[in-house]
Design a protein around this ligand. Structure first.
Ligand code: M6R
Length: 613
């Protein structure tokens, strides 16, 4: 999704803004732009395409020098990617105001009509330009007000979600920032301050930051930052410190962030699990999952999107089998609009790497409004979902930059295993001895993941062999079906190869008609009691000409002669198999994408953090 960066200080803002924009690239974008103050007024340079295109344009424009400015990477919503629709947008005929925006202004058409009646001419199709003109309009009518006051008034007229950065010719050292349902932080430096969509854009200059909350407005100047609430009262904001190093957000010698993050999975899982296992017992931080609450829980709702949803499906299976509580998994964007039955004794687990996914956040609020206790399983510390949930279980995966999640997903699985065990303990379904052996197995998981990562060669060979297939099917049952969904998503999102995941028994109800000579089928069979069933499904597809790669366990002794390749997982608790089977399939997706020369870390049309509905 869009990214915002802004800088005001003593140094030339342009290189700082550009560095910030590059670090926000991973969020996904299709155009970029900056606005800086020059002697001739506010200079805006913007373009469709990559930041490298913006650099070229800036070069042609003489690389304007200024100590204050704002920058933006746009992910198109209103109006396609084009130079005109790129941000920043200027407000007013004389272009005295420039605005960058993330989010969606829902009532922009109405406001646009009103502003057009006042003579405002629009240059773009965006909702954002409405905000720029609106601020200009309101400011002109209220000459005595400062920009922040005008922005507050403008915000009261906007419906929708936003993170905004606004600059005005009236004060060439000031940035006004605002947020509602879209992340925005303020980096605090020495004699300089920044605004940004996330930490990656500020960390090269400062580790200290404050998080703007919904409906707050900040006035950011080199020497100070003042935050106001909706009423215009000054708010005292706690200062946070970034807990990870810049190197964690750099490639560290790997060709892509995705590969680095795949390789980091043993560490991500270990960091998520180890602090919560002490002397063989599970010890949770104060996240509200008390034994009493877990005992009384009548229904568990897992809510998430994308890969987090797939993690939730694995979680559902483990939670139900260990904790014997009914657990449903919902796509966040569906949950919101299906009038879900949520009761006070329900536990709602919201899973999100970024902690900013708009649908997951809104679904969580809905569950809260119905009185359910909400637990967030989130990676990004102090993100919106983490702050607004009743309790948080952080996945300590560290910053994840590649759009396709890998270590974030693996850490989510680990967190869910812990929740399942805690539930079983609280409900008397697991005794101390069982807890100790469960913890031992969980502590061994990082090493097993590490073993899976050792045989990159086989996967690389398979990727080169099957890179030109136009469609790939993934099959599995139960836990393996959830893992198949994630493996399929990995392949399609980064390599653009069409792929589908099917519950293995469901294939014959229609999809099997797509299987023909040479179709690649990846079958997952890691659950002993389902081995034979999956073997039958493998036979069904090989009989129709499919080439099968089988991912199974060491002790699978079925007939594999029909399979082209068998990848075996090291011994582990069956419940944890999804954490291992996904590893070669992440690598497979990665190497297929590399073979096809795809932009692995920034796949087309995708955003890392989906902050709009
Ligand atoms: O930040 P979140 O975990 O809430 O994001 C959810 C999905 O957007 C995300 O998992 C998406 O599906 C990834 N591209 C998958 O790799």
């Amino acid at each position: 999704m869009c990214g915002i960066v802004g800088f005001t200080g003593q140094e030339n803002a342009l290189p700082i803004l550009m560095k910030g924009l590059y670090s926000l690239e991973y969020r996904g974008y299709d155009s970029a732009g900056i606005a800086v103050f020059t002697d001739d007024g506010l200079q805006v340079v913007k373009t469709k395409g990559r930041i490298a295109n913006l650099e070229e344009k800036l070069h042609e424009a003489g690389n304007p020098s200024s100590t204050c400015g704002i920058g933006h990477t746009r992910w198109a919503t209103h109006g396609g990617p084009s130079d005109r629709n790129s941000h920043p947008h200027l407000g007013g005929r004389d272009g005295k105001v420039a605005v960058v925006h993330n989010g969606i202004i829902e009532n922009y058409l109405f406001l646009r009509e009103q502003l057009e009646k006042h003579g405002y001419e629009f240059q773009s199709e965006t909702d954002t330009e409405t905000v720029a003109h609106l601020i200009d309009f309101l400011h002109k009518g209220r000459q005595q007000e400062d920009l922040a006051q005008t922005v507050l008034t403008a915000l009261s007229l906007l419906r929708g979600s936003y993170a905004l950065g606004v600059v005005s010719m009236e004060d060439s050292r000031e940035i006004v920032a605002a947020r509602r349902d879209n992340p925005l932080i303020i980096g605090l430096g020495e004699g300089e301050n920044m605004i940004a969509s996330d930490i990656t854009a500020i960390i090269s200059r400062t580790r200290r930051y404050i998080i703007l909350d919904d409906n707050e407005v900040a006035v950011v100047r080199p020497e100070r930052v003042t935050v106001y609430n909706q009423l215009g009262d000054v708010v005292d904001k706690p200062v946070q410190e970034v807990s990870w190093d810049l190197s964690a957000a750099e490639k560290g010698g790997y060709a892509h962030f995705m590969l680095k993050e795949i390789m980091e999975q043993p560490r991500a899982v270990a960091d998520t699990v180890r602090p919560r296992i002490q002397d063989g017992r599970i010890v949770f931080e104060d996240n509200g999952l008390t034994d009493e609450r877990l005992r009384e829980t009548e229904h568990i709702h897992i809510i998430a999107c994308g890969s987090a949803l797939h993690a939730g499906m694995v979680g559902q299976s483990v939670i139900e089998s260990m904790g014997r509580v009914r657990c449903s998994v919902s796509v966040a964007s569906e949950f919101r609009y299906t009038d879900p039955i949520v009761k006070e004794k329900d536990l709602c687990i919201v899973i999100s790497q970024s902690g900013e996914t708009a649908d997951s956040l809104a679904a969580m609020r809905q569950a809260q409004a119905e009185g359910a206790f909400t637990l967030a399983i989130v990676n990004v510390v102090s993100s919106s979902i983490a702050r607004q949930a009743d309790g948080v279980l952080y996945t300590w995966a560290g910053p994840e930059i590649a759009v396709a999640t890998t270590k974030g997903y693996s850490a989510q699985l680990a967190a869910l295993y812990l929740v399942a065990a805690k539930l079983a303990l609280a409900r008397g379904l697991m005794d101390e001895a069982e807890e100790r052996s469960f913890c031992e197995a969980l502590l061994e998981l990082p090493e097993s993941i590490h073993k899976m990562l050792e045989d990159v060669g086989t996967v690389q060979y398979l990727a080169s062999k099957y890179t030109n297939r136009s469609s790939v099917f993934y099959l599995g049952r139960g836990l393996d079906y959830a893992a198949a969904l994630e493996a399929s998503l990995k392949l399609k999102e980064i390599s653009y190869v069409h792929s589908e995941a099917y519950a293995a028994g469901e294939l014959k109800h229609g999809t099997i008609s797509l299987i023909e000579d040479g179709t690649l089928v990846v079958a997952l069979a890691t659950q002993k009691r389902l081995f034979e069933k999956t073997v039958s499904n493998i036979r069904e597809v090989t009989a129709r000409g499919a080439e099968v790669i089988l991912v199974t366990t060491e002790d699978f002794d079925g007939d594999v002669s029909a399979c082209r390749c068998v990848i075996r997982l090291p011994a582990c608790l069956e419940r944890f198999a999804a954490s291992l089977s996904i590893i070669p399939l992440q690598l497979f997706a990665y190497y297929v994408a590399v073979e096809r020369s795809c932009d692995v870390d920034k796949p087309r049309n995708l955003a890392k953090s989906v902050t709009v509905e």
